[in-house]
Design a protein around this ligand. Structure first.
Ligand code: PLP
Length: 492
């Protein structure tokens, strides 16, 4: 059954809110600003509440089910993050306020910059970008600016492994670079020979995800970094997979020059429909002058002006050769509060435990499924995610998509599928550290049960989902013909 549109609930003269009599003088408005009809639904408050609450229940969310969407790190978002973001001093602060009156907010952003730099071994962080892809674009512009500043204008190529997330080539192309794809070797690493062949003085850099999207730690990462540096290129780290590395390895110390973080993945701020993201960018010392501003710093000399509590003054600054602003104001501040809270609640030991448990959980799933669902890199330990294949012995017609859809009947959000592109029928599973062994067992049991169904009654799997409010959608049409506006007559 399809939920009615809110317009279909409309009944003439029904009201959701009654406005009080005005207690200020009333004025006639210019006639040109007035109109007689406004096609809004006329509904009561209870109709609206029930309508949108029901719609929200159609969604699978991290608050209702395991959401093992590989590479996206859909972990539980602790409620204390929300409590902190709602503190009036944070929620009501205005970006155009005199920074002297917003010192608490600047202090928080300064600390977050420092924490992120410390966690991944970089020199300076800008909190400006609003998402991972936006952070990539920012970081690549910083790399270009660095080369140009040195008069090295021929560097227009970006090398990107074939297992990369689609945003990597997209961001590089948007920044005006030519993308060169590098193959992976049989163990899921970047192919070193292909890398060497492509390195020359036209390379801007290498854009690499580590652990990569096969869930594999690059076994030759130090050599890879050295080869790129020796050729005069820079190394960009896609930090979307930092969930495997917290407190264990620091990309900046491995030699990466730039990296973005996805606060909405690793640092438990809401994702997608749950709100705006945040994709801070970190750089090594030699790139700091090119970062977008404003960035928070301790006001030079203010250590001497500090108040009785010994607190210095914080101020905004924009680096000398900055690529400019990447976003209005100072980034998605509400997300900074949530990520800061997450880091403070966990501390150093806690963050290391996050990654250890994320990796343990993924390996547990790998060990339990790999005899049924082929895992191309199954002879290695995976990091925070495992890439299996929806290709089952004895069920030639059943595909990864069918298995993903059938999982919804078992009340699990499907894993990422058909990505990475290098693995046919990929099912990319990232359980995250926030799941218990009981939940992981239920999920694996569901996967194994589906494998049995695929052999005995493939039609059941191929026509899934059966228990959801909507069945299989025309995904291409849903993406190409977006209906963003709720009207009874969409043409109106
Ligand atoms: C999610 C992701 C991105 C893009 O991040 P967004 O915040 O979704 O823009 C880039 N690379 C990898 C590996 C990712 O998982």
């Amino acid at each position: 059954m399809l939920e009615p549109l809110i317009y279909e609930l409309s009944s003439p003269e029904r009201q959701g809110a009654v406005l009080p009599e005005p207690d200020v003088p009333c004025y006639e408005l210019p006639a040109a600003l007035l109109r007689d009809d406004l096609p809004l639904p006329e509904v009561s408050q209870v109709d609206v509440t029930r309508h949108f609450t029901r719609l929200s229940q159609y969604n699978m969310s991290i608050d209702t089910t395991l959401y093992p969407l590989g590479s996206c790190t859909m972990k539980y978002n602790p409620r204390i993050n929300e409590d902190m973001a709602r503190l009036p001093g944070f929620a009501m602060v205005h970006p155009l306020q005199d920074p002297v009156t917003a010192q608490g907010a600047l202090y928080l952003m300064y600390q977050l910059q420092m924490f992120l730099a410390e966690i991944s071994g970089f020199a300076v962080v800008s909190l400006q970008p609003a998402a991972g892809a936006h952070g990539e674009f920012t970081g690549i512009l910083v790399m270009r600016a660095y080369h140009r500043d040195r008069g090295d204008t021929r560097r227009t190529k970006m090398l990107i492994p074939d297992s990369a997330h689609g945003t990597n080539p997209a961001s590089s192309a948007m920044a005006g670079l030519t993308v060169v794809e590098l193959p992976s070797d049989s163990r899921g690493n970047v192919d070193l020979d292909a890398l060497k062949t492509n390195l020359d003085d036209t390379v801007c850099g290498l854009m690499i995800t580590n652990p990569n999207t096969l869930g594999m730690f690059e076994e030759h990462i130090e050599e890879v970094v050295k080869l790129v540096h020796d050729a005069g290129g820079l190394v960009y780290g896609d930090g979307a997979n930092m969930n495997a590395l917290l407190g264990i390895a620091k990309p900046g110390e491995i030699g990466f020059d730039v990296m973005h973080y996805n606060l909405h993945k690793t640092f438990s701020t809401p994702h997608g429909g749950g709100g705006p993201g945040s994709g801070p960018v970190a750089v090594a010392k030699r790139l700091e002058d090119f970062l977008p501003g404003p960035i928070v710093r301790v006001k030079p000399g203010s250590e001497r002006e500090e108040d009785e509590a010994g607190v210095p003054l914080y101020e905004w600054y924009t680096p000398r050769k900055s690529i400019g602003r990447m976003r209005a104001f100072s980034g998605n501040f509400g997300m900074h509060v949530r990520a800061y809270t997450y880091i403070r609640v966990h501390g150093e030991e806690g963050l290391r435990a996050v990654s250890q448990n994320a990796v343990l959980n993924a390996n547990y799933v790998q060990a339990r499924i790999k005899h049924v669902y082929p895992v191309p890199q199954g002879e290695r330990h995976c990091m925070h995610e495992v890439v299996a294949q929806g290709k089952l012995d004895g069920a030639p017609d059943v595909r990864a998509l069918d298995i993903a859809k059938r999982l919804m009947d078992y009340h699990f959000h499907p894993p990422t599928n058909y990505f990475p592109l290098t693995v046919p029928e990929a099912l990319m599973i990232e359980p995250t550290e926030t799941e218990s062994k009981q939940t992981l067992d239920q999920f694996v049991d569901a996967l194994l049960a589906i494998a049995g169904e695929a052999k005995q009654s493939p039609e059941l799997v191929k026509s899934a989902p059966h228990d959801t409010p909507l069945r299989r959608l025309d995904e291409v049409r849903a993406a190409k013909e977006l209906v963003l506006c709720c009207r009874l007559d969409p043409a109106a």
